[in-house]
Design a protein around this ligand. Structure first.
Ligand code: SF4
Length: 319
């Protein structure tokens, strides 16, 4: 016979607040399909990592079936412990110097028009991993010269020489995420600083790069604060902005304060475009690399008109 015991709550330890149910606009099907499975096999065989998997991205089924993935270099263990992020924190493994070639092999085999590469934070390395970033870019340019590449980089602890190392290797888009508004930055990105991140974006823009950033909404920010950040970014000359809903990866992470309605995302997009940002992806499921492959055409157009609108081609001449 099964005896059902009453569930007793220890008064000294209040139960964690129940996680909010996702509204309908955030429901996505379980990932599956031939394209998804093929990419999974390939990533595994080459011993690579993707932020799509490490960050438990809800779009993985959709993206991977369109052969859109975001490779994560420099391992899969991050030296930081941002309170929104599902990537593992700890002491990373030594740098894998074969990784740039394997990344290039995979991306060339996929015959992509455009891709996004990101990395964990490597505060344990003297250059923050900038050297491996440059090697990876050079290898990818050589293996797939027509593929445009967006780099989504860490803040390199604000060391602009490291930022320059990445820029010198010729990314087509230079991205670094502010993630949230200044007031919440310390709480959300414990070891980062808003002003330092902004300085990284400024350096890239001053070098003539096409610059991109992203914010998560639903962490407790006020709409007016978001609009203020957008205006600052527009004044900086930001080209691409992403706005998406923060989702709590586990109970250990920051709770969702609010599910932002799709209409509010649409309103913020209108505000950003009116402020002068060229391209805005704004919606509940938007992530910094979501639909990035669709931006390849825009990137080529902007690069073609580089002189007129203040962009420089950062690509080093082919050897
Ligand atoms: S949105 Fe970005 S991180 Fe998420 S699955 Fe797509 S490519 Fe990967």
């Amino acid at each position: 016979m099964t005896v059902r015991l009453p569930i007793v709550q220890n008064e000294a330890e209040p139960a964690p607040a129940p996680r909010k149910r996702h509204p309908d606009w955030l429901r996505v099907p379980m990932p599956g399909g031939d394209g998804y499975q093929a990419l999974r096999r390939m990533v595994k065989e080459l011993g690579l990592h993707t932020v799509c998997q490490s960050a438990s991205c809800p779009n993985i089924g959709e993206c991977w079936n369109h052969r859109a993935l975001t490779i994560m270099i420099l391992g899969d263990i991050c030296t930081r412990s941002c309170r929104f992020c599902d990537v593992a924190t700890g002491r990373p493994l030594p740098v894998d110097h074969g990784e740039p070639a394997r990344v290039a092999t995979m991306l060339a085999a996929l015959e992509l028009n455009h891709t996004v590469i990101t990395s964990v934070d490597r505060d344990d390395l003297p250059d923050g991993g900038a050297g491996i970033w440059a090697e990876t870019l050079h290898a990818c340019h050589a293996a797939a010269p027509d593929m445009t590449i967006e780099v989504l980089v860490p803040d390199f602890k604000g060391d602009l020489a490291d930022v320059d190392t990445v820029l010198d290797a010729g990314p087509d888009v230079f991205a670094h995420n502010l993630e949230t508004v200044p007031r919440l930055s310390r709480e959300v990105r414990v070891q980062a600083r808003y002003d330092r991140s902004f300085a990284v974006l400024r350096r890239a823009r001053e070098r003539g790069a096409l610059v991109k950033t992203g914010l998560m909404l639903g962490l407790g920010e006020e709409p007016a604060e978001v609009r203020e950040v957008i205006d600052q970014l527009a004044a900086l000359g930001l080209t691409i902005l992403t706005l998406g809903q923060y989702l709590q990866p586990s109970k250990k992470h920051l709770p969702v304060q609010r599910y932002v309605h799709p209409d509010e995302f649409a309103e913020l997009k209108r505000h950003a475009l009116a402020a002068g940002i060229v391209h805005v992806e704004s919606g509940p499921l938007v992530r910094s690399s979501y639909h990035a492959e669709g931006q390849a055409e825009l990137i080529r157009r902007l690069q073609a008109g580089a002189g007129k609108i203040g962009f420089a081609s950062l690509r080093p001449p082919a050897a």
